[in-house]
Design a protein around this ligand. Structure first.
Ligand code: T46
Length: 135
């Protein structure tokens, strides 16, 4: 069975005539309790980020301004998606090599994580990841 690496969730939009309001609520758009939020912004032209996998971490990525392309690789196949709407969330679980490319100058990528920062959870070498993913 082929399952897509790209798992998108719809972020409910509660905006009105005054403007936008997007909601990431546990059990609706968020499948896990959040223990950490960070956001990536002001990325310099031509810069790509990521180039690592996590052993345990689950995250929801939402591009709340601008756009960015995320690519995911499970050790065998690679898929990518452009995040360009605060209504679109990308779930990124463990065991996926992720790269972020093509940041627009105004991109703000907000990431909700189910655990605190832990460098020991990262695999930052691609060959090590490929070997890890094959076991
Ligand atoms: C991920 C992608 C989507 C911290 O001290 N605390 C934090 O919560 C984070 C996320 C990072 N850092 C430190 C670690 C590095 O010294 O900030 C520095 C930059 O982190 P990194 O190079 O890992 O950033 P990205 O953009 O390559 O990756 C980040 C997340 O680290 C990662 O979990 O999945 O965004």
């Amino acid at each position: 069975m082929n399952t897509s690496l790209i798992q998108l969730v719809h972020i409910p939009q509660r905006g009105d005539a005054r403007g936008g309001l997007s909601v990431a609520e546990l059990g609706v758009a968020l499948p896990f309790p959040v223990r950490r939020v960070y956001w990536i912004h002001g990325t310099k032209p031509g810069v790509s980020r990521g180039f690592h996998a996590h052993k345990k971490l689950h995250q929801l990525c939402v591009c709340v301004a601008g756009s960015v392309r995320l690519s995911l690789f499970d050790g065998k196949s690679e898929e990518s998606v452009v995040l360009d709407s605060s209504a679109k969330g990308l779930l990124v679980g463990p065991g996926l090599w992720r790269e972020m490319h093509d940041f627009s100058p105004d991109c703000v990528l907000m990431v909700f994580a189910d655990a605190e920062y832990d460098e020991a959870d990262y695999i930052r070498d691609k060959l090590t990841f490929i070997s890890y993913a094959s076991t």
